[in-house]
Design a protein around this ligand. Structure first.
Ligand SMILES: NC(=O)c1ccc[n+]([C@@H]2O[C@H](COP(=O)([O-])OP(=O)(O)OC[C@H]3O[C@@H](n4cnc5c(N)ncnc54)[C@H](O)[C@@H]3O)[C@@H](O)[C@H]2O)c1
Length: 313
């Protein structure tokens, strides 16, 4: 197949390109480097089946030759990034998604939207099932991201219903692994960075809020399986193993053998107390569930960053 990956220079997008090329597909990678990095794709620059287009998807784009699938992974994804780029985030979910849906329609290609667990907001239902409509503050600091993704989901469903476009919506929960940006404010990269530098690990509140993290290869596998399915309604993809933020911090300190201590700071506005996917739909429909355990995933990630720190030192 020939597959367009928007957001290809980002964390998940770059792993997706690796995976699709390894399976023998051709990849048209699109990115404007708003939050991604050229270095994430540097190893693919000379690959025969890989082509990169520097393009902002909020502007219409045409692609020469056939396209079988369009994957929309383009969007700032961490709170730090989307709060800094609030308007770009709203634009990429709305105009950007629309342009890619039109592109898929023009090519008779299928379309997959990378949506998010943030569609559930600060959820009142635990764990979150796809049929839960969420508890989103439409004017809070996170609304630029949450509402952009909710609009993107609605637009995707409208293209499916109106034009019969084959569409999928992946509701992605926290994902981690090599190539995350260490300074993007998310808890796993922040802890790894702080532990490797010997700086205090900052937790917000008392650290009793829970999170669950999915290793990136599991996430890419889930997205690939979803892309092959006929399910047009959203499907949660993530790891259901919930843990408190304090436990994560302690786990990372143990694996890195870091002398850092844990430091408590005030809770930011709209910080969800609990976030845990119900992945029974993905299990049932896609035969998918995460395979990489937390210790293994953290070791792979920490090894990647330890090597980077050695190069820099
Ligand atoms: N990483 C997670 O834990 C997570 C969780 C939920 C949802 N998601 C979703 O998965 C997708 C990928 O997330 P990520 O963690 O890889 O983020 P990322 O910031 O690393 O990657 C996003 C990429 O999109 C690109 N981009 C942004 N706006 C663009 C535009 N207008 N035109 C072209 N490219 C543009 C960025 O430059 C970047 O390379 C996002 O849509 C995100 O919302 C990620």
């Amino acid at each position: 197949m020939r597959i367009l990956v928007a957001g290809a220079a980002g964390f998940i997008g770059s792993h997706m390109c690796d995976r699709l090329l390894a399976e023998g597909h051709g990849v048209v990678a699109v990115d404007n480097f708003l939050t991604g990095a050229q270095e994430n794709l540097a190893h693919l620059a000379t690959h025969a089946r890989f082509r990169f287009r520097l393009h902002d998807i909020t502007q219409p784009l045409a692609v020469d030759g056939p396209l079988d699938a369009v994957l929309n992974l383009a969007s700032p994804a961490s709170p730090k990034d989307y709060m800094q780029h609030a308007i770009e985030t709203l634009d990429v979910g709305s105009a950007g998604t629309r342009n890619l849906l039109e592109l898929a329609r023009a090519h008779g290609a299928r379309f997959l939207l990378a949506s998010t667990s943030e569609c559930y907001g600060d959820p009142l239902v635990h764990p979150q099932v796809e049929t839960y409509w969420g508890n989103v503050n439409p004017v809070g600091p996170r609304s630029c991201y949450d509402e952009s993704k909710r609009f993107a989901e609605a637009l995707t469903m409208a293209y499916h219903r109106t034009y019969g476009l084959r569409t999928n919506i992946a509701r992605i929960f926290n994902t981690y692994g090599p190539r995350m940006k260490l300074d993007d404010g998310r808890v796993v990269p922040a802890f790894i960075d702080q532990a490797l530098r010997g700086a205090p690990l900052t937790i917000f509140g008392d650290g009793s809020q829970t999170r669950s993290f999915c290793y990136v290869s599991d996430m890419v596998e889930g997205i690939c399986r979803l892309m092959q399915s006929a399910e047009s309604y959203p499907v949660n993809l993530g790891n259901a193993n919930e843990m408190t933020v304090r436990e994560f911090a302690e786990r990372i300190l143990r694996i890195t053998a870091s002398p850092s201590r844990i430091l408590c700071q005030p809770l930011p506005e709209d910080d969800p107390r609990q976030r845990q996917p119900d992945i029974s739909k993905a299990r049932r429909l896609l035969g998918w569930e995460p395979r990489v355990g937390l210790d293994e995933g953290l070791r792979l990630t920490i090894d990647f960053y330890s090597r980077k720190y050695e190069v820099r030192a």
